[in-house]
Design a binder for this molecule. Sequence first.
Ligand code: CA
Length: 223
Amino acid sequence: MRILVVEDEKKVARFLKAGLEGEGHFVETAGDGETGEEAAFAGEFDVIVLDLMLPRKNGIDVLKSLRSSGKSTPVLILTARGALEEKVEGLDAGADDYLVKPFAFEELIARIRSLGRRGGSDKSTILKVADLELDTMSRKAKRSGKEIELTNREYALLEYFVRNANRVLTRTIISEHIWEYDFDTGTNIVEVYVNHLRNKVDSGFDQKLIHTVRGAGYMMKVG
Ligand code: CA
C-alpha cells in the first residue's frame, strides 16, 4: 500500500517509515500539517497516518480540509493525546480510526491493513496501460500476464508512471514524488531507476511503454 505519515516528531516519523517499509509498504512522510495536506492531495494514498499536534496546521484542520474537498482516503489519527473529547473530535472530523501513543507497532500494522482493505473495497485496485497491469493493493505488476519482480521503489515509480500515463514527467517531479522533498536533483538517481524499470518492463517487448522525452523527462505511453 501507499501510506502517507504526517508526523512532526522526526524520531517517530523515521520509526514508522522504517517499520512500514519493512512490511512492504511505500511510505511518504510530511513533517507539518500544510506539507501533509499538500501531499495528501497530490498523491494517491491508500491510508494516511495523521498526528494531531502539528506545526503550521493541526491534524484536525488538515482532516477537515481533506474531507470537505471530497478526499476520502482512510485516515488513522495517531496522537499522544488520549482524552475522550479529542477522540470524538477526530472521528467527527472524518477520521476512520484512532490510536493513542504509545502504541504497539503490531496494532498499528493491523489497523492500517484493515483501513487499506476498507478503502480498497470501493475503488478498483487494478491499473492498466496496454498489457501492463498493476495491482495497487498487493503492489504487484504484470506484463502480458507475467509477473515482474520489482523493489518497493521501482514499484512506486512504475505506479506513478501508470497513474500519469501520457503526461511528461520531469526528473524533478519524479524525484519529489518518489523520494523525499529535500531530494538532491543534481544526482542522476531518477535516470538510474528509470533505466532499471525499463529493463524490467520494456526489454523483450516490441511495444515500449517508458519513453524519454528529450530535454524534458519521461512519459509512459503506448507506442
Ligand atoms: Ca506532534
